[in-house]
Ligand binder design. Structure first.
Ligand code: GMT
Length: 375
């Protein structure tokens, strides 16, 4: 098949999933065309059957456009690539604006031939952006006009039907997936990372530091752990709440043991060096970063919110507490870290839990959906 993929190329779960999917599909013999404004952050170097088409984000010397109409440029590029490369389908990740521009591209091509549009919903496109009054109607419209819509968790499928009053809409759940060859526990004998002083337990958080991630809670949970034992917190990523998190670390007098590492493309070595992953988000449709941690044998302390309970089994593969319950998350993290036998058992269960989401088992579900839509 010839598949066009549009996603946000920046640091975030939906772009990571879309890129991993494209690479897996190419590996399985399909031709994949990424259409977006920058090279997706996990797409690096030449890969056979993978192409990147850059969308313009500005126009020189045209003062009328105070705000460049990126969505129109994207729709035009999707149409152009679909026509020139003979794409069978456009698979767009994150509804706004990608499902809308894909619909436009399909309409532009309609006189010549059919182009199928598949939209994968990832989370905040439904739970935050799509429910803003300025986007609600167009999100609903674009979802309804897609030839197929998938969601990354049962929670998100249900929330979509509820928020857009589409009770009968078929939304197959195709969960996020992980490459178990890349995300795997550190093997005995592999060198340690030297990320923390000897004797320190290592806690880690990875995100885009947006409000929904509650990164200050990450620091608060860590501060409790730090008072109980020597520990280091690795903060990976960047975004609007990085500065407040740094301030919180100083206020709680743990700044010395919190390392802000910024955005990193590859996080496997860091995960492999960690004892706990912290994800106390307000909500999470799935929690891809949690899955990647589990695949490295790292138990996750997370919020009992959104789709996280579908990924993490409380008390077995990780710890779940309501969003904002810093005290309970900190207490249970300390109990776990103080009990090496339980920690080992939970790490092994986390790894086993992650195996349910192996890329080789999940990617064929997308291929089957493409085939169904194309018939
Ligand atoms: O979580 C983010 O801030 C990034 C966002 C995205 O769209 O890039 O992530 C969403 O999609 C991920 C991939 O499907 C999910 O694993 C995340 O849970 C989801 N984020 C939220 O629902 C907050």
């Amino acid at each position: 098949m010839k598949i066009g993929i549009t996603c946000y190329p920046t640091y975030g779960g939906s772009g990571a999933v879309a890129t991993a999917l494209g690479l897996e599909l190419a590996h399985r013999g399909h031709e994949v065309h990424f259409i977006t404004y920058a090279m997706p952050f996990r797409l690096r170097g030449y890969v056979e059957r993978v192409y990147f088409h850059e969308v313009e984000t500005r126009m020189a010397h045209y003062p009328l456009f105070e705000h460049f109409p990126y969505t129109l440029a994207l729709a035009s590029k999707q149409h152009e690539v679909a026509q020139r490369e003979g794409l069978d389908l456009l698979h767009v990740h994150y509804a706004i604006p990608h499902a809308t521009t894909a619909w436009l591209a399909r309409e532009m091509l309609a006189a010549e031939r059919r182009l199928q549009v598949i939209t994968t919903l990832h989370g905040t496109d439904i739970t935050l952006v799509g429910q803003e009054s300025s986007f609600h109607a167009i999100t609903r419209f674009s979802i309804e006009r897609s030839n197929a819509v998938t969601a990354v968790s049962r929670y998100l499928a249900e929330e979509t039907r509820r928020a857009f009053q589409l009770p009968a809409l078929d939304i197959p759940v195709i969960p996020n997936f992980v490459d178990l060859a890349e995300y795997r526990p550190r093997e005995d004998g592999e060198p340690c990372s030297g990320l923390a002083p000897a004797g320190h337990r290592v806690l880690i958080h990875i995100s885009n530091f947006r409000e929904v991630k509650r990164v200050q809670d990450v620091v608060r949970i860590f501060a409790r752990v730090r008072r109980a034992m020597p520990a280091t917190l690795l903060m990976v990523g960047d975004g609007p709440d990085r500065e407040p998190a740094e301030q919180e670390a100083r206020r709680l007098e743990v700044a010395e043991d919190v390392r802000f590492l910024g955005r990193l493309d590859s996080v496997t070595t860091l995960l492999q060096a960690s004892d706990l992953f912290l994800l106390p988000s307000q909500t999470e449709s799935f929690g891809l970063a949690a899955l990647e941690a589990m695949a490295c044998g790292v138990p996750v302390v997370a919020s009992r919110a959104g789709g996280l309970p579908e990924v993490i089994d409380d008390g077995v593969t990780g710890i779940l507490e309501p969003p904002g319950s810093v005290e309970a998350m900190g207490r249970r993290a300390i109990e776990l870290l103080r009990d090496p036998v339980r920690h080992r058992a939970m790490a092994a269960a986390a790894l086993a839990g992650a195996r349910r989401y192996a890329s080789e088992d999940v990617v064929p579900a997308y291929e089957a959906l493409y085939q169904r839509v194309l018939q």
